[in-house]
Design a protein around this ligand. Structure first.
Ligand code: HEM
Length: 274
């Protein structure tokens, strides 16, 4: 079962061209939802205006070569390996969810667009992708979400912001149950199609589009560090540096002669005072 293509058997009841049409409609829905989301939140407009404003505080100009290096580092660190997450549990959960989703979606499209393929690798990857998504997603839902992990709220409290993760979980869960119960046109197939339609059709209302916006934001964040602008935030001062001590002569009055490095307060302790 792990190695058999559930869509090949389905084509006995549903013509392959309908399945291919469904995939095209889903792609159009994602594109439309992302564009509407950008227009509604004015995020692209804000992004470009903010980048222009940040450029005014730049201390130096970033060369083309540096921009390529920054874009490469964003691709390798933030995009491919979820490097924005400092917390290893959140990072691992995001890696499982993201790569599981990508593997699941890509193999679905390949299997549907090449129905005569006899590859056993594709169905195996399809199941592995769905399982990775389910493991990373349920881990996030029950244990990692800020509402649950840091605010002590119950895991079954729902908000519109949960549409993305819940539709991802429903899609992978019903896809796996559908395949494990033998495929075909069943109630599990209907639930699989319904949840994936909500996932791809709900982009305007969900966090789906973050996968396109986050890389751009990460790139911009690195540019303002490279050009010295830092969005007018102060530099990270080293209080043992004589130059810094000269600049802030009153620090010993408040913090003694050897001020300790306080670090990032956000990392001082886990938020669990509920
Ligand atoms: C198939 C692709 C992806 C999937 C399925 C995915 C999935 C998720 C999920 C389920 C969450 C938690 C959302 C929630 O709070 O409900 C999340 C958050 C996050 N993702 Fe992704 N993601 C993907 C791509 C990306 C990419 C490419 C980046 C960055 C370059 C990224 C960066 C982030 C960050 C920084 C957060 C946490 C901050 C926040 O909640 O805004 N993700 N992602």
């Amino acid at each position: 079962m792990f190695a058999s293509n559930p869509f090949a058997e389905l084509s006995a009841s549903i013509p392959t061209v309908y399945m291919q049409g469904y995939i095209v409609v889903m792609i159009l829905l994602v594109m439309g939802g992302t564009i509407l989301d950008m227009l509604h939140k004015k995020s692209a407009q804000y992004f470009f205006e903010n980048a222009k404003k940040a450029q005014k505080s730049a201390k130096r100009s970033v060369t083309g070569g540096e921009k390529v290096a920054i874009a490469t580092s964003v691709l390798v660190k933030e995009v491919l390996t979820s490097g924005e997450f400092d917390n290893p549990r959140r990072r691992l959960s995001h890696l499982l969810t993201m790569w599981g989703t990508i593997i699941f979606i890509v193999t679905t499209a390949i299997m549907i667009f090449s129905p005569s393929s006899t590859s056993t690798l594709l169905p195996q990857l399809w199941h592995i992708g769905a399982l990775m998504l389910a493991v990373g997603g349920y881990w996030f839902w029950f244990a990692i979400r800020v509402d649950v992990a840091a605010e002590g709220l119950s895991w079954f409290r729902l908000e519109r912001a949960d549409l993305f993760i819940l539709s991802l979980l429903a899609t992978s869960t019903f896809a796996l149950i559908w395949s494990f119960t033998g495929g075909g046109v069943t109630v599990f197939f209907a639930l699989f199609v319904l949840s994936s339609t909500v996932l791809f059709g709900g982009v305007y209302w969900s966090k789906f589009a973050h996968m396109f916006f986050k890389p751009a934001a990460a790139y911009q964040k690195k540019i303002i560090m490279a050009d010295g602008g830092r969005e007018n935030l102060p530099p990270d001062y080293d209080l043992t540096d004589p130059e810094v001590q000269r600049k802030f002569p009153d620090v010993p009055m408040y913090m003694g002669k050897n001020p300790p490095n306080m670090g990032l307060c956000i990392k001082a302790e886990r938020a669990d005072h509920y």
